[in-house]
Design a protein. Structure first.
Length: 476
């Protein structure tokens, strides 16, 4: 709807539309021989800047507000009411003048934010400590601070019919693969929803396979990690109101990389990488393997250990599979309770609760001590995976393997492992195989293998990963 020439008509229409919006601040005042109407939302606009505008307007001689010389980097005009509403909801201030069917929109944004804090989910001993925040512009600035290259682009769009969240795609123009960028833009344009309140919404909507429990796009709260990914030819998806940034495309091994891997010696980083991969195998396979060996193949267990296990299970009334699932679910409940409670209380619940529940279950004869050891070791291994999303995605696979092992023994165990690997091999992230470079590594001359289970010295990692555009693999 177009603006009227008469200021009274414009004010009447605006007040009718914004009726009931108590946080909207409006002021009608004289400006020389004319009148102006100032409109903004409390705390989204900088009050000092608005005060400066109104002061300049008061002492003006009735000229258009666009000529007031306001201290703002962004001053533009609007000809319809919808543009005014969208602008003030985004922190801008609208000025309407008597006798004009144009409004002046001035960028006076001053979002409430908590500032740049420390990373909490991806803590490192060595390396930068700053983390993304909920402010879209803060996050883009943290990335641009690390990559001072004119080829670093930030393509910005708005997603959500009602929420209208700013979403930015940050990439280096000559490194990103055009097909990945095109596919990402098409999927973003296809999103038609009320609001995107967090980047997790985008991660779910942009994934290639919504049936898979595994994360296909990486989330990070660390600006240095996002900058490193962009330098590899990947795209960082920055979403307003989210302290995390999505990195696409991603492969399975990127979820096992920690930020301080590159701040330590290659020997230490390689040792820790091997531990993480071993922890993932233990977290998925160990309970199922224990169930298969204990219930179907006790002859494969050393004799003394088998006798000890039989002795401790003499008075347990449940099958091994039932014991395992009961204890696994109990630890899952304790873990969930620890996450939802405040920090100190949550830590106490997780540690003390696990000890008490495990000991009480053993003393009551509900489970044997070996099951408690298996479940505890599995839980610890799951926490050793750097990516929380990957750890969560592997948990359903663990139960799948337990069920097959309980039904078919070692045959079921290996069937479960093979099916899980086949599922992972079938996945892609924006055209990149999920298990690359463990499969099809020859496509990039096997150079990506240098940064997987073992991390080669930095001086030998001369080529960018598979994510980079062809012809731009050389980085050193």
């Amino acid at each position: 709807m177009e603006l009227y020439d008469n200021l009274d008509d414009n004010i009447a229409e605006i007040e009718k539309t914004l009726d009931g919006c108590g946080d909207v601040v409006s002021r009608r005042m004289a400006a020389g021989d004319s009148e102006i109407y100032v409109l903004y939302i409390d705390l989204l606009a900088d009050a000092d800047m608005v005060r400066e505008m109104t002061t300049l307007a008061y002492f003006s001689d009735g000229r258009e507000p666009l000529a007031f010389g306001v201290r703002s980097p962004d001053v533009r005009e609007a000809a319809d009411f919808d543009s005014i509403y969208d602008a003030i909801m985004g922190g801008e201030t609208a000025l309407l003048t008597q006798g004009s069917n144009r409004a002046t929109l001035v960028s006076t944004r001053k979002w409430p934010n908590r500032g740049v804090g420390q990373a909490e989910a991806e803590v490192v001993v060595e390396g930068p400590k700053d983390a993304f925040t909920e402010s879209f512009r803060y996050n883009t600035a943290l990335i641009r601070r690390r990559i001072r290259d004119k080829r670093l682009k930030c393509r910005q769009t708005v997603v959500g019919r009602r929420g209208k969240a700013n979403v930015g795609l940050m990439y280096i123009a000559d490194l990103v693969r055009p097909e990945v960028l095109k596919e990402l833009n098409e999927r973003l344009a296809a999103i038609d929803t009320d609001a995107v309140l967090d980047v997790g919404y985008l991660e779910a909507m942009l994934s290639d396979d919504w049936l898979s429990p595994l994360p296909l796009n990486q989330l990070t709260e660390r600006p240095d990690k996002a900058a490193s990914a962009i330098l590899e030819g990947r795209v960082a998806v920055v979403c307003d109101n989210s302290p995390f940034v999505m990195l696409a495309p991603s492969t399975a091994h990127t979820f096992f990389q920690a930020a301080d891997d590159y701040s330590e010696s290659w020997q230490t980083a390689s040792f820790l990488r091997v531990l993480r991969y071993a922890a993932a195998v233990i977290a998925v396979c160990f309970p199922g393997l224990y169930c298969a060996l204990s219930a179907f193949h006790p002859a494969m267990i050393p004799t003394r250990l088998a006798l000890k296990m039989a002795e401790t299970r003499a008075h347990v009334p449940f099958p091994i599979a039932v014991e395992l699932i009961m204890m696994e679910l109990a630890f899952e409940l304790l873990r969930e309770a620890g996450l939802r409670l405040p920090g100190p209380v949550g830590g106490a619940i997780g540690v003390v609760g696990g000890i008490i529940v495990g000991q009480a279950a053993v003393e009551a004869g509900i489970v044997c001590p070996m099951v408690v050891i298996v479940v505890a070791l599995t839980a610890i291994a799951g926490f050793a995976i750097p990516s929380y999303a990957m750890g969560e995605g592997l948990r359903p696979m663990k139960y799948f393997i337990i069920i097959l092992s309980a039904a078919l023994g070692l045959f079921g165990f290996w069937c479960g492992v093979i099916l899980c690997l086949a599922h992972m091999a079938s996945l892609k992230s924006f055209g990149t195989p999920y298990l690359f470079p463990f499969v099809s590594g020859e496509v990039n001359g096997f150079s990506d293998v240098k940064d997987t289970i073992v991390r080669a010295p930095l001086r030998f990692m001369r080529r960018r990963p598979i994510f980079a555009r062809r012809g731009q693999q050389k980085r050193m």
